[in-house]
Design a protein around this ligand. Structure first.
Ligand SMILES: [Fe+2]
Ligand SMILES: [Fe+2]
Length: 157
């Protein structure tokens, strides 16, 4: 279940703020956050294994989105597909360095993923989520995000 949380700047925790309203994308994005969070907190000796777990996730995640875009002739597909490919290319280069014991490169790549994801989700995945939702349900998704802090304030709790 999605939970709302306030993460410190160096952490990466799933938040309802990331919900886009198309369940299949939301589920895979929650998994992305879980795998990157694990990578962020990985010890050196586990970094390569966690990087490989991220690689498996990213391949499935990006391949699925790319396939949806191609199969449905999603209009702004190419820049989105190119961005996925750029992440996979960087991942491959980073993995080669981590294999040689350069853990700092793995850690900075992980921090870049944390910075990259919100913009990618907001600007590219959200359009795809709306497109896919509309194909399946005939309208735009309505996203209910928990507003715990503002609700508590509004109700004087
Ligand atoms: Fe995505
Ligand atoms: Fe994407």
């Amino acid at each position: 279940m999605p939970t709302t949380s306030t993460a410190p700047n160096d952490d990466f925790i799933w938040s309802d703020e990331y919900l886009l309203g198309f369940d299949a994308i939301d589920a895979v994005h929650e998994e992305f956050v879980r795998v990157v969070h694990q990578l962020l907190h990985s010890k050196d000796e586990n970094l390569l294994a966690h990087l490989d777990e991220f690689a498996a996730h990213a391949k499935s995640h990006f391949d699925t989105e790319d396939q949806w875009m191609r199969e449905t002739a999603f209009p702004p597909a190419q820049c989105h597909i190119d961005e996925h490919a750029a992440v996979m290319q960087s991942l491959q280069e980073v993995r080669e360095r981590v294999v040689l014991g350069d853990y700092d490169v793995g850690r900075s790549f992980t921090r870049e993923l944390v910075k990259w994801f919100p913009g990618h989700a907001t600007h590219l995945d959200s359009a795809l989520a709306q497109w896919m939702f509309k194909r399946e349900h005939g309208g735009k998704p309505v996203v209910f995000r928990r507003q715990a802090a503002s609700a508590q304030k509004a109700f004087g709790l």
